[in-house]
Design a protein around this ligand. Sequence first.
Ligand code: NAD
Length: 267
Amino acid sequence: VPQVLRGQKALVTGANSGIGKATAIGLGRAGADVVVNYVAGQDAAQEVVREIEGFGVRAYAHEGDVSQEDQVVDMVARMVREFGTIDIMVANAGLQRDAALTDMTMAQWSKVLDVNLTGQFLCAREAAKEFLRRGVVPEVSRSAGKIICMSSVHQIIPWAGHVNYASSKGGVQMLMATLAQELAQHRIRVNAVAPGAIRTPINRNAWDTPEAEEDLLRLIPYRRVGDPEDIANAVTVLASDLLDYVVGTTIYVDGGMTLFPGFATGG
Ligand code: NAD
């Protein structure tokens, strides 16, 4: 794997499971030092750290809830103490609390918005402060820093029974675009990756039986459920200077899920 992130320092939230785990490992493999954030599951986080250290780069696990302002402030401050700075913030942590509209409680609504949207706001804000303080270091990167928001195809595909989740990802799209516009003058790049259906614990019941998987494949023109590494690869390239001119964009990594698959037969 090309060392496109050599010398850069990355933080990935929710990095002890699924997409975040694969992304933290992928960034380490590409040469970055990595902070592995988690909210629960210390052993899994330590395993990710060990795997990353196997690439000859630095890593440590940091427990913190991205929806809590003081914890995000502390997380980035510690990273600056331990690694000297931050170059790449991957705001990945997210969750679902599914319910039909009329059954959805305030707790379900607020939890999803707090983690998926407010968490990304807090992580972006704290990273941007350090990017602005440090500025561009040409030997490290052409930009002063990268913020990558983990969105979803549900930033544009409405999703019945998941109004809290779809609203949070629609919010992430505008959070990303607005921050990209606001920060570009400082050479800070803000972009998003929007996964389609990726095989992780968040959506296990959508793929863990052959019948469920067949149903799911009907929505995916490429006829393959995605792997966390598909997303990790996109984040790695997006964070690197190879895509230095990409600003304020969402890269859909979805096997064509956003291509209105119901129309695929032309009928
Ligand atoms: P996952 O459940 O495996 O991972 C989510 C991670 O976020 C876990 O490590 C979890 O502990 C962490 N997390 C939850 N609340 C947190 C908090 N308050 N603070 C810190 N960490 C917290 O699911 P995943 O599929 O890997 O999801 C990762 C991201 O990808 C999410 O933002 C999700 O919305 C997005 N996504 C996933 C899919 C998919 O098909 N799996 C599709 C589109 C978008």
